[in-house]
Design a protein around this ligand. Structure first.
Ligand code: NAD
Ligand code: USQ
Length: 428
């Protein structure tokens, strides 16, 4: 199968590329290093040392396995980049990870919030138009998020809800209560994709993914140059990944507020298998299919307790100190989300255990000198009128990107920074 992976330099995109390449699929990546650039600006970065660019990554992959992955360095908000990628590499499936994935980033200030929504919504619209014009039969596998649904006081279905209203019945998209401007961007994407399925008959699977944890896959372990990024800071790090780093450096674990918030979680190994399963079993023409992609539900306190227990087994004295919740979210709520469709397709979950946390500890311990402790405590708040207490409180990068992508504001006419290597297709 020819698989186009958008966002192929990211935490999930790069391991997915290697996983599919190793299984004999032809893989092409697109990325503009936006994720790397926001970290450079903020002074944060991946705990694991990662190869400097995609060219180095795909070269290492070829040296280690003999397999070829091709790539484009380019910005998906630019139509010419998307058009060229579709022309050069007509895909059977598109795995679309290529968005800004961080809720706190989208809540930090106006520029980052607008950039998140502009980037995410425009990237997906460009992909939909490219499918419509050049690849009407291809299958879009789009990474959405469980956070689109929020935490309603009813069971969460997989995308659709049978509704009886005033004696009439219909099957409608499940109601959405997103919890940040980032999560809102995913809702906007889902609306656009569902409409494109109805209007143009494209095939799409929206994978409403829970919070991912884990550092290594079979492929990342083959060579240090194949490592994927791993973040623990208050903006980009996710709950369990953060707690594991905190445990190793002796920082108290940081459940926010009461810590009774419940979410769906999954191992990075299951992310790879889920996107593979979605690709191998495409949606029908015109079908907007939604799978809830997680394997287990936990409260944040349960995660913290698990990490504490795993720590004590290896001689770590782990403490837990709930901190004031920087977010606006329900801390005590009902949560029961269906997640059956991927199991029906053959997913065999890797469940969370103290042993798994112990393996994460091992990798973190090897890199503990790289932890930047200033970036651990939350400094980005959702609350109106409470200023963000952070050194990087404004973003020249976000301003510049928006100036380049929004020419309607000519007084912001600074040129947009571009990656050193321009947007040709490279293979290695
Ligand atoms: P990531 O930031 O590591 O990967 C996204 C990649 O997309 C980055 O390499 C980034 O540079 C690239 N990108 C962003 N905008 C781009 C643009 N305009 N042009 C080209 N490339 C661009 O994030 P991730 O954690 O790997 O997440 C991947 C996807 O999965 C995201 O869409 C995210 O919303 C979704 N998701 C992630 C999680 C999680 O826990 N990591 C959970 C649910 C959903
Ligand atoms: N949380 C803590 N302490 C921390 C970090 C987080 O209590 O130190 C809490 C948050 O308040 C929230 C929950 O843990 O209630 C999840 O937060 P998170 O930062 O782990 O994840 P989130 O912001 O929801 O975003 C992540 C990914 C995003 C993806 C989403 C899936 O960054 O790309 O869409 O998980 S979901 O949560 O299902 O929406």
């Amino acid at each position: 199968m020819k698989v186009l992976i958008l966002g192929g330099d990211g935490y999930l995109g790069w391991p997915t590329a290697m996983y599919l390449s190793r299984r004999g699929h032809e893989v092409h990546l697109v990325d503009n290093y936006l994720r790397r650039r926001v970290h450079t600006e903020a002074g944060s970065g991946s705990l694991t040392p990662i190869a400097p660019d995609l060219e180095t990554r795909v070269t290492a992959w070829r040296e280690v396995t003999g397999a070829t992955i091709t790539m484009t360095e380019g910005d998906l908000t630019e139509w010419s980049v998307v058009e060229q990628a579709f022309r050069d590499f007509p895909p059977d499936a598109i795995i679309h990870y290529g968005e800004i994935p961080a809720a706190p980033y989208s809540m930090k200030d106006r520029a980052r919030s607008v950039l998140t929504q502009y980037n995410n919504v425009v990237n997906t619209l460009n992909v939909l138009w490219a499918m419509h014009e050049f690849a009407p039969d291809t299958h879009l596998v789009k990474l959405g998020t469980m956070g689109e649904y929020g935490t309603p006081n009813i069971d969460i279905e997989e995308g659709w809800l049978e509704v009886n209203h005033n004696g009439r019945q219909d099957r409608l998209p499940f109601p959405k209560l997103p919890g940040s401007f980032y999560h809102c961007s995913k809702v906007h994407d889902s609306t656009n994709i569902e409409f494109a399925c109805r209007a143009w008959g494209i095939r799409a699977t929206d994978l409403n993914q829970g919070v991912v944890y884990g550092i290594e896959t079979k492929e990342t372990k083959l060579d240090p140059r194949l490592a994927t990024r791993f973040d623990y800071d208050e903006i980009w790090g996710t709950a369990l990944n953060r707690f594991c780093v905190q445990a190793i450096i002796g920082h108290p674990l940081t459940p926010y507020g009461k810590g009774e918030q419940r979410r769906g979680f999954l191992n990075i190994l299951d992310t790879l298998r889920c996107v593979e399963l979605a690709c191998l079993h495409p949606a029908e023409r015109g079908e907007f299919r939604v799978f809830n992609q997680f394997t287990e539900q936990f409260s944040i306190n349960e995660l913290a307790e698990l990490v504490k227990k795993a720590g004590s087994e290896v001689g770590l004295d782990v403490t837990i100190e709930n901190v004031a919740n920087p977010r606006v979210e329900k801390e005590t709520h009902y949560y029961n989300a269906k997640h059956e469709e991927l199991l029906k397709l053959g997913l065999e979950p890797h469940l969370l255990s103290e042993t798994l946390v112990g393996h994460m500890f091992d990798v973190i311990r090897r890199n503990r000198d790289r932890v930047i402790t200033d970036h651990i405590l939350p400094r980005t708040t959702w609350r109106a009128g409470v200023p963000t207490q952070s050194a990087d409180s404004s973003s020249a990068l976000a301003d510049d990107l928006l100036a380049g992508t929004m020419p309607a504001r000519p007084h912001h006419g600074r040129p947009r920074p571009r990656p050193a290597s321009a947007q040709g297709v490279h293979s290695a």
